[in-house]
Design a protein. Sequence first.
Length: 83
Amino acid sequence: TITSVGYGDIGPKNMVETCVAIVMIVISGVSWAILLGQVCGVVAGLGEEESEFRSMMDGLNSMMHDRLLPQGMRLRLRTFFLT
């Protein structure tokens, strides 16, 4: 099948075919590892951005509470950072 090495019913018959099969298996294994690494990197990066945004909003809320800003101003500031 396309996502695995195969069932083993068809195999290399001589040394050249064996070498080609080994090279292809190594190349496809490395390609699969790179692909999975890239996907994991993207997913992990999304979490970092979300965490940074939440930290910024927590700081904003804390500052607004400390300075006793009116509710209307608080809403305008939150809307500014959300857009």
